[in-house]
Design a protein around this ligand. Structure first.
Ligand SMILES: Cc1ncc(COP(=O)(O)O)c(C=O)c1O
Length: 442
């Protein structure tokens, strides 16, 4: 396999894909979103080939998972080597070398030089549930605060703080019954109709003046959970002062700050973790996605003194298995060796610049935002910024037909999160498909 560009040999979904999709739709859960009719067969680098031989340029990395590109040789080698030695012993009853080694490596790259502990999980949602339980165990406080438009996953704890849309929540109540929600600084659509920076981060007042004065007592609040950059909500980047104020408030009341870096983590934003853009040192960080490049892996990393629960309080059979840990070690080694954070930052700057040019040309593009190679493009219908959801959906389908994989976010945005090893030429290829589609559809 050596792909040189997207190639559509039969209009997707082709005949083989159609057969699988028909079978799938009869037996798999109807709750799965399925953005495009892609039946993946093999992949390499920034390209994914479907079962009919169509080749797609991947601008989504399976939601920011395959940061090193599909099947990076170092990751494949680490998996193979460990599989030859030991695939599994459970790490709740026994110990393994890869877990200890990976934990030590992880602590070196996560924000904060203070002593840390880690609990390994199988997914982002499980990392979030772990963080919530850990916080409550530690301070025995009742309440938790989330953010509007936040996405933290689908398990009962995580979905209780997921507020990207009602479909995630409807029918599942009562959810974690003691959550309150504050407005995230989505400055392009400020809930208070204010403008940054003259707003002086007015949205913080909702937390301090409404939630903490009228709804829940700060000294009964266990944690505040939020994403460093909102992902599924639309790739929304808060101003740095927001995090400065939030850290001050949480410190003042001894509330644990849980920063969800499931999507932003591992170099995606041009720094190893998005928290580092904001000088944030979270009390607990939740991780997953790019951590093991597609193997089920996640973590809650905490200040050592916060992870003070006792044996049997929280564990999981498959968590942190040796093959997964070796893959995760290879990811960190490769990220360092190939200076992936710098690549994400420089390619991200280039992509952002090009998207800004498109924004000048096409009024349907309302906003371009993001950090590193985590860039969102929001589409609007008019000067009142009416979300152009249909346009966004049609654009994703048109791009798919031309061999470009795009993922949606928010009401009318796409998220551009290509593998971080992408070249300028490959970005240009994707950009030109994107522009062609916008031209035709606008
Ligand atoms: C920020 C964030 N947190 C948590 C999750 C949930 O992760 P998972 O789908 O692995 O459960 C996601 C998934 O998109 C996410 O983006």
């Amino acid at each position: 396999m050596c792909y040189t560009g997207p190639k559509i040999v039969v209009s997707p979904p082709g005949p083989k894909a159609m057969k699988i999709i028909e079978r799938d739709e009869r037996i798999l859960s109807p709750s799965l979103t399925r953005s495009s009719a892609l039946v993946g067969e093999r992949a390499e680098g920034v390209y994914v080939e479907d079962i009919d031989g169509n080749v797609f340029l991947d601008f989504g990395s399976g939601i920011a998972v395959t940061a090193l590109g599909h099947r990076h040789p170092a990751v494949v080698e680490a998996i193979k080597e460990q599989a030859e030695k030991l695939i599994f012993i459970n790490s709740l009853d026994y110990y393994t070398v890869p877990q200890v080694e990976y934990a030590e490596m992880l602590f070196k790259v996560t924000p904060g030089t203070f002593p840390k502990r880690v609990f390994f999980t199988n997914s982002g949602s499980e990392s979030v549930d772990t963080a919530i339980k850990m916080a409550k165990w530690h301070n025995r406080r009742m309440y938790g605060i989330g953010y509007i438009n936040g996405f933290h996953g689908r398990t009962m704890g995580a979905v209780s703080f997921t507020t990207t849309g009602l479909t995630a929540r409807r029918g599942f109540g009562p959810l974690y019954p003691i959550g309150q929600f504050a407005p995230y600084p989505y400055c392009y659509r400020c809930l208070f109709n204010k403008e940054y920076p003259s707003c002086d981060i007015y949205c913080m007042n909702y937390l301090t003046d409404i939630i903490f004065k009228k709804l829940v007592a700060p000294d009964e609040t266990s944690f505040i959970i939020l994403e460093a950059v909102q992902g599924a909500g639309g790739y929304i980047v808060p101003p740095k002062e927001f995090f400065t104020r939030l850290s001050e408030v949480s410190k003042e009341h001894n509330i644990l700050l849980i920063v969800d870096e499931v999507q932003t983590g591992f170099a995606r934003t041009g720094k190893m973790f998005a928290s580092q853009h904001f000088d944030l040192e979270p009390d607990i960080m939740t991780l997953s996605k790019a951590m093991a490049q597609g193997l089920p892996c996640g973590a809650a990393v905490a200040r050592a003194e916060v992870m003070d629960w006792v044996d049997n309080a929280h564990e999981g059979t498959l968590n942190g298995g040796p093959v997964i840990m070796e893959a995760a070690k290879a990811v960190l080694r490769t990220m360092e060796k190939e200076d992936i954070t710098s690549r994400a930052a420089s390619m991200g700057n280039y992509l952002k610049e090009q998207l800004d040019f498109l924004k000048e040309k096409y009024p349907v593009i309302g906003d371009v935002r993001g950090l590193g190679l985590m860039l969102g493009v929001e589409f609007i219908k008019d000067a009142k910024k009416t979300p152009a959801s249909d346009f966004r959906n049609a654009l994703m389908e048109a791009a798919f037909q031309k061999g470009l994989l795009l993922l949606g976010a928010g009401e009318s945005s796409i998220r551009l999160a290509p593998p971080l090893i992408i070249t300028k030429e490959e970005l240009d290829t994707g950009l030109s498909i994107l522009e062609d589609c916008i031209k035709v559809l606008q």
